[in-house]
Design a protein around this ligand. Sequence first.
Ligand code: K1U
Ligand code: ZN
Length: 186
Amino acid sequence: MSILDIRVLGDPVLRKPTTPIIEVTDELRRLIANMFETMYAAEGIGLAAPQVGRSDRVAVVDVEGAKYVLINPRIVSTQGATKEIAEEGCLSIPDIYGDVGRPAIVTIRAMDENGNEYEATGSELLGRCFQHEIDHLDGKLFIDYLSPLKRKAALSKWEKAKGEYPGSIRKVRTEVKGEHHRDTEM
Ligand code: K1U
Ligand code: ZN
């Protein structure tokens, strides 16, 4: 398995809608395994294919040990009269956070890595994560939901930080316990 590079804001792949998967192949299963490994290494709770440079309609989620492979996911229903506001981050926009209002409970339909269709309902962080990942598959990012003022502030912070990611690529390193890295270390 491998840890993949994560594409950050500015890479056009993040804005490109994805192509549905027509066949679950071994190559797709390898991509999914690598996406899980990359997500864990980056300490995320979800990861979508565009974030690793692939315009395929697939994402992975692990919220508190509840693991999901989302192949061709779609939202079938939402519950909750008012949207719930909570802070979100994104592995493709490191160190930028913002409050996003989303339906509190969401039911999705997707296929797993064996090609089996399933339905899942998520609330709180899981429901939010499903929505965040499906947005990625539609070329949408959490900053798109911010108020114009907050979006402007987020983008101006990002303008200062983006130089840390040449070529819009974020290298994810595996942290060895007790080891300290400086950014300049090889
Ligand atoms: O898709 C991604 O960029 C991953 C993203 C997913 C996400 C974060 C927050 C709300 C909904 C979905 C992350 O995992 S960023 C890491 C993070 O913010 C987080 C990590 C652990 C618990 C809670 C949030
Ligand atoms: Zn994200």
